[in-house]
Every structure is written in structure tokens, then in C-alpha cells.
Design a protein around this ligand. Structure first.
Ligand SMILES: [Zn+2]
Ligand SMILES: [Zn+2]
Length: 199
């Protein structure tokens, strides 16, 4: 257990306490203050939260210079182009750089793309980047869930693999072309081969 100094009252506080027992200063504030003032640490404000990113610099600085330059190239903005990225897909250094990016996006709660932009800016700033704002993974997941929840589903099997029956298709049905006449008055069809429900 380590002790941190409360910046409000100077009291020593256990890192596991939720506030300073002497003055009530919240622990996350005490930790943030300690981090910002610890000159052995590199910190960056990511989506409004101070994060210790010393481990990122340590890892990147431990690479050989030529490998470091390749990482820098692989994190560059032009790698947003999926075609350019595709060229490196069998490159071991590229895969290593992606593996490291994955650690970064998990620990910093950024999407993979935002983690790449963050790493590039960090390297370009020679590790002096003070803040970075980008979509977080939790935000992204929330959006995905909301999108799925609002997506229409087949009322029979729950599949979201459904399609709207086009007006042409409906016109053909009204004209009475065999099996299509089942579709008269229906708006949707389920594409789940085991279901094929129309409604
Ligand atoms: Zn205190
Ligand atoms: Zn269905």
C-alpha cells in the first residue's frame, strides 16, 4: 500500500481510501494531482481524464530506431486508407505495431482508429502531447447497441436481416405473379432462410 499526500491539507492518505480522512478531498483528485506533479511520469489528458502514459513512451523508446520509424509510419494519418493498410497486412513489424496499438486502445478507452491517431500525435510531439480527444470505445459500443436496438427486427424470429419489399415487387404481386402475390399488403420480408416471414 502506498501513501499519497493530500494537496489540500498535507495529510498522508492511503491510495485505497475514497477520500482524505482529514479534509474530505476526493481520492481521484488527490491521485490526479500526484500524477500531474510526479515528474518521473508522463501524463496526457485523454477525453478530459488525466492518464499515466509513461508505459507507452517506455515501450516505444525501447524499439530500435528503424523499427520505431516504421511504427511511426504505420500510425500516420494516411493509414486511414484501408488499401494502404492492406499492403502491410503480412508485415511482422506492422502486426507488432497493431498489437501495441491494441494495448493502448484497451487501456486508454479509445477506438482502434483514435488510438492510432493518438500514438501518431504523441510521437510527433516528442511525447509532450498534453491532451487528446477522440471517440472512446465505450461511447462507440453504446452507439452500436443503440443502433441495434432501434433496428427493425423480424417479429417471428428476431432476425435483423430483413428487407423492405419494394413497390415494384408489390406491384408485381398485385398483378398476381405466382408466389409473389403472398407479398400483397406486406411491407417487410425476413431473410433468415429458416423463417421467411412476411409482415
Ligand atoms: Zn486532506
Ligand atoms: Zn424471421
Amino acid at each position: 500500500m502506498s501513501l499519497l499526500k493530500c494537496y489540500e491539507c498535507g495529510n498522508d492518505v492511503s491510495e485505497y481510501a475514497d477520500k482524505c480522512p482529514n479534509c474530505g478531498c476526493p481520492m481521484d483528485k488527490i491521485k490526479e494531482f500526484a500524477l500531474v506533479h510526479d515528474h518521473s511520469k508522463i501524463v496526457c489528458k485523454i477525453n478530459q481524464e488525466i492518464k499515466d502514459i509513461t508505459w507507452i513512451k517506455d515501450e516505444l523508446m525501447s524499439l530500435d530506431e528503424n523499427i520505431f520509424q516504421l511504427y511511426r509510419k504505420y500510425y500516420a494519418p494516411e493509414m486511414d486508407d484501408i488499401k494502404i493498410r492492406g499492403k502491410y497486412i503480412n508485415d511482422k513489424i506492422f502486426l507488432d505495431s497493431s498489437g501495441f496499438k491494441e494495448q493502448v486502445y484497451r487501456k486508454l478507452d479509445l477506438t482502434p482508429k483514435q488510438a492510432r491517431h493518438f500514438l501518431y500525435q504523441l510521437i510527433e510531439s516528442d511525447f509532450t502531447l498534453e491532451s487528446f480527444d477522440g471517440e472512446s470505445m465505450s461511447e462507440f459500443n453504446q452507439k452500436q447497441r443503440a443502433m441495434l436496438a432501434s433496428k427493425p427486427k423480424c417479429p417471428m424470429c428476431g432476425s435483423t436481416n430483413i428487407s423492405k419489399i419494394g413497390s415494384l415487387n408489390r406491384a408485381a404481386s398485385i398483378a398476381g405473379f405466382g408466389i409473389l402475390s403472398r407479398k400483397i399488403g406486406k411491407q417487410w420480408q425476413c431473410n433468415n432462410p429458416k423463417c421467411r416471414h412476411l409482415w
